[in-house]
Design a protein around this ligand. Structure first.
Ligand code: GH3
Ligand code: MG
Ligand code: MG
Length: 457
C-alpha cells in the first residue's frame, strides 16, 4: 500500500508542486489549505505523514503541529515542518511544538524522499506494534505499556565516525546532551565496535580523510550483526553524488554541513526510534512464535509443533534411509496425584517431569508434551533397539528418583509407562507412526504399568 501524505500549505502553487513530486513517486497525496482544514483532514484521513508549512495565516504551522501532537487521534503521525531557508529559530520552535523533522524551501527531492521514507517507516512500525498490542491484549498477553512513550529514546548509544578532531568534538557535544556518544576516527575500528557493541545508530562523516566513508557504510550494511543498524551520514555541500550513492546502498538519512544541531538531533531521534520499534517487533515476533510452538507449563514443544514437524522428520529419514524412533510416555495413576495432593502439585510434577525429560535428550531429539500427562520423544537417526534402551533408562530413573514437590515438603514415588516404535522404511505417516507407539503404550499399561513395550514394525 502506498504511503499517504498530507500536504499543508496556504499557497496553492506550493501544494501543487509538492503534490506533483510525490505523485510521481506513487505516493497517495491529500491536501489542506489552512491549519483548521489540516487538523480535520489529519483526524479523518489518518495520513502516514504530514508536510506542514510554517507560515500560514490563521493557525500557523507551529500551532497546528502542537494541536496534532496533543490529539490522541493524530499524535502518532509524523510531522515534517517546511521552513524558509536558514530559519534556525523556526526549527527550535518546531521541535518544541513536537515536529519530527524539517525541510527547507525550496524543497530538494533527495531530502524530501529520504525524510518521507524514514518517517513513514517509523510510523508503520509503531502502527504494527500498536496493532499487535491490541490483539495481544485480546488474548490476555502482553503488557499495556504505552508505545509512544518517550523512553523509546532513552540510553541510546551512538557511534560517531569522524577523523577530524574538531568536527568530532562538536558533534559529540551536540548529541551528547541527550544520548551516549562514542567517537571513533578509524573506520576499521569503527566497524569492529559496531559489530561487537550495542549501538543504536552510526553517524558517519562522508568526508573521512583516511578512508572511504561509503565503503564503511557498505560494510555496515553487509555484515550480519549490523545489517539492521541505522546509518546517518554527514555531508559537505559538494558531495551530492556520493550522498545519492550512499542512500542507494542503504544509508538511512543525512545531514548537510554546516550542521544545524536541532536538525541533526531530530534526524538522529527518528533513526533511533525506527531501530527500537523494529527491535521490539522482532522480540515480540520471537516471543509469539515461541508461544505458538511451546507448551506453557513445561516449556517443551507442544502437540501442534509435533504434528507439523514429525512428517518432515519421517520424510527425511526415508530419503536418507535412516530410522526415526519415538517414545510415547504416560504417567501411571497420575489422577491419584491430583486427587490426593491437588492440581497444583500435579502441575509441579508435570513441570519436573518435563525437566527430567529435557535433561535426557540430545540436541537433535524432539521432546514434547502431547497432552495432559502424556509426552512424546522423537529420536531421529535412531533404531528401535537403541530407542528401547533410552526408554528403559528413563523409566528406571523416574521409578528410582522420587519427585520432590511443594518446596521440598513432599516426596512422591511415581512411575511411567512407555510405548516405543520406529519408522518403517516403506513409508509411514505421522499418524500411523504415533498410532503404533500408542498401541505399544496401551500394552505396557495393560501388562501392569511401570514398563516399556516396543513394537517391532
Ligand atoms: P493411567 O496409569 O491409566 O495412565 O492412569 P492415569 O490416572 O494417569 O490416567 P487418566 O487418563 O485416568 O488421568 C490422567 C489425569 O491427568 C487426569 C487429569 O486430571 C490429569 N491431568 C491432565 N492434564 C493435567 C494438567 O495439566 N495438570 C494436572 N495437574 N493434571 C492434569
Ligand atoms: Mg496416565
Ligand atoms: Mg493418560
Amino acid at each position: 500500500m502506498p504511503a499517504r501524505v498530507l500536504v499543508v500549505d496556504d499557497i496553492p502553487v506550493n501544494v501543487r508542486l509538492l503534490e506533483a513530486k510525490l505523485m510521481a513517486e506513487y505516493y497517495d497525496v491529500i491536501t489542506a489549505e489552512n491549519g483548521f482544514e489540516a487538523l480535520d483532514v489529519a483526524a479523518s484521513e489518518n495520513p502516514d505523514i504530514i508536510l506542514l508549512d510554517v507560515m500560514m495565516p490563521g493557525l500557523d504551522g507551529f500551532e497546528v503541529c502542537r494541536r496534532l501532537k496533543d490529539n490522541e487521534q493524530t499524535t502518532h503521525i509524523p510531522v515534517v515542518m517546511v521552513t524558509a531557508l536558514d530559519q534556525q529559530s523556526d526549527r527550535v520552535k518546531g521541535l518544541s511544538a513536537g515536529a519530527d523533522d524539517f525541510l527547507t524551501k525550496p524543497v530538494d527531492d533527495v531530502a524530501l524522499f529520504a525524510r518521507i521514507k524514514s518517517l513513514v517507516r517509523v510510523k508503520m512500525l509503531s502502527d504494527e506494534l500498536r496493532l499487535r498490542h491490541v490483539s495481544g491484549q485480546d488474548f490476555g498477553v502482553g503488557g499495556d505499556s504505552a508505545l509512544d512513550d518517550p523512553s523509546i529514546l532513552e540510553n541510546a548509544n551512538i557511534l560517531v565516525v569522524e577523523d577530524r578532531p574538531l568536527h568530532a568534538k562538536k558533534i559529540a557535544e551536540d548529541l551528547g546532551k541527550t544520548h551516549c556518544v562514542q567517537l571513533e576516527e578509524n573506520a576499521d575500528e569503527a566497524l569492529f565496535k559496531l559489530k561487537n557493541g550495542f549501538f543504536d545508530l552510526a553517524v558517519v562523516s562522508l568526508s573521512l580523510q583516511q578512508r572511504d566513508a561509503l565503503r564503511l557504510c557498505s560494510h555496515i550494511r553487509s555484515l550480519e550483526e549490523t545489517r539492521h543498524l541505522p546509518i546517518l551520514i554527514l555531508v559537505e555541500d559538494g558531495e551530492r553524488d556520493r550522498l545519492i550513492r550512499g542512500l542507494e546502498m542503504g544509508v538511512n538519512d543525512y545531514v548537510m554541513r554546516p550542521i544545524d544541531p536541532n536538525e541533526m538531533t531530530a534526524r538522529v531521534n527518528t533513526q533511533i526510534k525506527r531501530k527500537r520499534y523494529q527491535d521490539r517487533l522482532r522480540d515480540e515476533f520471537h516471543t509469539s512464535l515461541e508461544a505458538a510452538v511451546k507448551d506453557q507449563l513445561t516449556g517443551l514443544y507442544n502437540r501442534r509443533y509435533l504434528s507439523n514437524h514429525l512428517g518432515k522428520l519421517l520424510e527425511r529419514a526415508r530419503e536418507e534411509n535412516s530410522h526415526v524412533s519415538c517414545l510415547i510416555i504416560d504417567m501411571d495413576f497420575f489422577k491419584n496425584v491430583n486427587d490426593q495432593y491437588g492440581h497444583d502439585v500435579g502441575d509441579e510434577v508435570l513441570r519436573e517431569f518435563g525437566q527430567r525429560l529435557a535433561n535426557n535428550v540430545r540436541e537433535m531429539d524432539l521432546a514434547c508434551r502431547y497432552g495432559g500427562e502424556e509426552f512424546v520423544l522423537v529420536l531421529p537417526d535412531t533404531d528401535i533397539s537403541f530407542a528401547y534402551m533410552i526408554a528403559e533408562r528413563l523409566r528406571q530413573e523416574i521409578a528410582d528418583e522420587p519427585f520432590v514437590v511443594s518446596t521440598g515438603k513432599l516426596n512422591l514415588n511415581l512411575t511411567i509407562s512407555i510405548g516405543v516404535t520406529a519408522s518403517l522404511s516403506d513409508g509411514d505417516t505421522a499418524e500411523s507412526f504415533l498410532k503404533r507407539a500408542d498401541e505399544a503404550l496401551y500394552s505396557a499399561k495393560r501388562d501392569g504399568r511401570n514398563r516399556v513395550v516396543a513394537t517391532a514394525a
